[in-house]
Design a protein around this ligand. Structure first.
Ligand SMILES: [Zn+2]
Length: 315
């Protein structure tokens, strides 16, 4: 039986239990484990360098310790990763595609409160020690993810100091951005909100073409379809974007940003600040006292851990 609230997914390999073994980190941050040295990692489905930016920002030793617990899985459109008010069994580190966090507003409607792409993860309640999702998390644009069992996440946060700081830093980002989106929804016009959403989605997926329909955008933004159609028609006429059946391409990002409210820039700046922290510029202190910033700079210079910070100015 699949965990309640989560879809079934074929397990690509058998994971060792972190409760039994602990995480072995060659850098020595989590000494005292019964096992030392690197575990044997199954080669099938093993990601050499994750596209997820939280994982790719980790020092090589911690990433290696996590690898046996990361299960590649596909995310088909409309797949529900977590149902609302249902037990959560996994955290999903998004590698490609988009996941919406949806809040129910009446018996039939739910509105997006948070958008997750390769910069983040689905499953913050697990990171905070919870086990039930207050919201539904649905794949909007298909892609892939690396999923990790809740117990493994908790063990890794206990044993891997940089991973722990990274998870908490992401929670801080999510809190800041959900509150900004809440303020935006109450204060700004739908044209500005739509521009903000499209810019954020483009940042999250990393390309200009978004397979989105007017229906999807209307549901996510909590407005009527006709309202979205009217806004898109204006953007299309001004060559800011082009639309075809079920497909939307951003042509002029600079103009789209000028049409958005300030919320987009505030959110993008907050995301950039997080990525700078995670990649060692002003890195937060860690509980083991090891200079991870220096380790990462050294690793980057030697090419052993190339960060994947986007050249684009936003998340
Ligand atoms: Zn706004």
């Amino acid at each position: 039986m699949t965990p309640a609230g989560e879809p079934s997914s074929p397990a690509p390999h058998r994971r060792p239990s972190p409760q039994r073994h602990g995480f072995a980190v060659s850098a020595g941050c989590s000494g005292g484990h019964p096992e030392s040295g690197r575990r044997e990692v199954p080669s099938m489905g093993r990601p050499d360098q994750p596209r997820n930016r939280l994982l790719s920002s980790l020092p090589p030793a911690e990433l290696d310790a996590l690898r046996p617990c990361l299960e590649p899985c596909s995310m088909k459109p409309r797949r529900v990763l977590h149902h609302d008010r249902a037990p959560m069994e996994h955290v999903y580190f998004v590698e490609s595609g988009l996941v919406s966090v949806l809040a129910q507003i009446d018996e039939r409607k739910a509105v997006e409160v948070w958008l997750i792409g390769r910069e983040g993860l689905s499953g913050i309640p697990i990171v905070l020690g919870g086990s039930v999702s207050p919201h539904r998390r649905v794949v909007q644009l298909g892609g892939t993810a690396l999923r990790m069992a809740a117990a493994d996440v908790h063990a890794a946060m206990r044993d891997l100091p940089v991973f722990s700081v990274t998870m908490l830093r992401y929670v801080q980002l999510a809190l800041a951005q959900t509150s900004q989106i809440g303020a935006c929804n109450g204060a700004h016009a739908i044209r500005q909100r739509l521009a903000r959403w499209l810019l954020t989605a483009q940042d999250r997926v990393g390309h200009d073409v978004l397979p989105l329909t007017h229906d999807m955008l209307a549901r996510l933004l909590g407005v009527r379809r006709a309202t979205i159609t009217e806004c898109i028609a204006v953007l299309d006429a001004e060559r800011v974007l082009s639309t075809r059946r079920g497909r939307l391409e951003i042509l002029d990002r600079e103009r789209l940003e000028s049409m958005s409210c300030l919320c987009y820039r505030i959110m993008a700046n907050e995301h950039d600040r997080m990525m700078r922290d995670l990649h060692g510029i002003g890195a937060p202190p860690t509980i083991c006292g090891h200079d991870h910033a220096a380790s990462r700079r050294e690793a980057t210079e030697t090419g052993s851990n190339t960060p994947t910070v986007s050249a684009s100015p936003a998340p």
